[in-house]
Design a protein. Structure first.
Length: 374
């Protein structure tokens, strides 16, 4: 019994020890659980903070993207407004230049007409003076002739008086007197006949000379008028021929060659006298200026140029046609075709230059848009 009791006591001690160990482990487990829960809460808080920061960054990036798009759109709008303003100003300058040129041409024509009228007036005055001089000379000749005839008549009368006196004094000699009277009568008839003949001849000569001189002067005046009319008609024909030359010819391909190597690409350039004098062109400004040199007025922008004439196929294009290229936009660049796959234009990298359409950048961006200006 004592052994049993001892065994029971030992067993109770072991049970108490195990119970204490179990309680200790439970306590440790609870502490660990508490730590894990605390750590889990900390992780959730950190995760929420991270998520919040992620959302804030997304919001910031979205706002930045929207702001950038708005900035780009605003810059594009401002650029379009600047371009429109430049084109409007260029158009105003072009119209003002055309008006000034027309006024100068009108003034020049008026000056030429005034000079022509003055020259004709001076010529007519000189002719009238010459006619007056000729008439004076004719009058002088007529007076001299008349005076000579009168003197001749006086001399004849004197001779007749002398003969009559001689006849009276020698009346006793009847035969001689009859002979003298007969001779005197014959002399009187001869003198009268000669006087009449001389007067008629002189008058006819004077009248003929005067008529001849007047006819010559009138003919000279007529020739001068005809010459002036002919010259005026010739000048007008020449001017009209010059003004009508242009589209579809090689002339427009040559006028801009003087700018090759000494020009600059300027957006909106070529629309003022200063730009033209200093070789400042953009593509449409150069094309419009070139055609203006052969008497053809075109818009100073590519959108206007592409609709300014007749579309032709690439197989039919010829020197003087306008060719278009897709650059920053459809038909964004224009030039003048020269033949053999080359065109002349104002490029941003070179200024005015001849470029090839057969290969390279311009060949890659040529879409076959060709316009012929009639």
């Amino acid at each position: 019994m004592e052994g049993m009791h001892k065994h029971m006591e030992d067993q109770q001690v072991q049970n108490d020890s195990l119970k204490q160990d179990l309680e200790s482990k439970e306590s440790q487990t609870e502490e660990m659980m508490a730590q894990l829960l605390e750590e889990d809460e900390n992780l959730e808080s950190a995760e929420a903070d991270i998520q919040e920061r992620i959302e804030a960054e997304k919001q910031r990036q979205e706002e930045a993207r929207i702001a950038e798009e708005e900035r780009i759109a605003e810059e594009a709008r401002q650029e379009e407004e600047r371009q429109a303003e430049a084109e409007r100003q260029a158009e105003e300058d072009r119209l003002a230049a055309e008006q000034q040129e027309q006024e100068e041409q009108a003034d020049q024509e008026e000056s030429n007409n005034e000079s022509s009228r003055s020259a004709n007036s001076n010529g007519n005055s000189a002719e009238n003076s010459s006619n007056s001089s000729n008439n004076s000379e004719l009058s002088s000749n007529s007076s001299a002739t008349s005076s000579s005839n009168n003197n001749s008549s006086i001399n004849t009368s004197s001779s007749n008086s002398s003969n009559n006196s001689s006849t009276a004094e020698n009346s006793s000699h009847s035969l001689d007197n009859s002979s003298s009277t007969s001779n005197n009568s014959s002399n009187n008839s001869s003198n009268s006949s000669n006087e009449s003949s001389d007067n008629s001849s002189n008058n006819s000569s004077n009248t003929s000379n005067q008529s001849s001189n007047n006819s010559s002067n009138n003919s000279s005046s007529s020739n001068e008028s005809s010459s002036n009319v002919s010259n005026t008609s010739s000048n007008n024909s020449s001017s009209n021929a010059t003004a009508s030359s242009g589209g579809g010819s090689t002339a427009v391909t040559q006028v801009g060659r003087k700018y090759i190597g000494n020009s600059t690409y300027v957006f909106g350039g070529g629309r003022s006298a200063y730009d033209v004098a200093n070789g400042r062109f953009d593509c449409s400004g150069f094309v419009a200026w070139s055609f203006s040199q052969v008497g053809i007025s075109l818009p100073y922008n590519t959108d206007g140029l592409v609709s300014s004439g007749q579309r032709v196929s690439t197989s039919e294009m010829r020197p003087g046609d306008i060719v278009f290229f897709d650059t920053y936009k459809t038909n964004g660049h224009a030039g003048i075709y020269m033949g053999n796959g080359q065109f002349i234009g104002s490029q941003s990298s070179t200024g005015v230059a001849v470029a090839s359409m057969n290969s390279g950048y311009w060949a890659d961006n040529f879409r076959g848009v060709v316009v012929r200006v009639q």
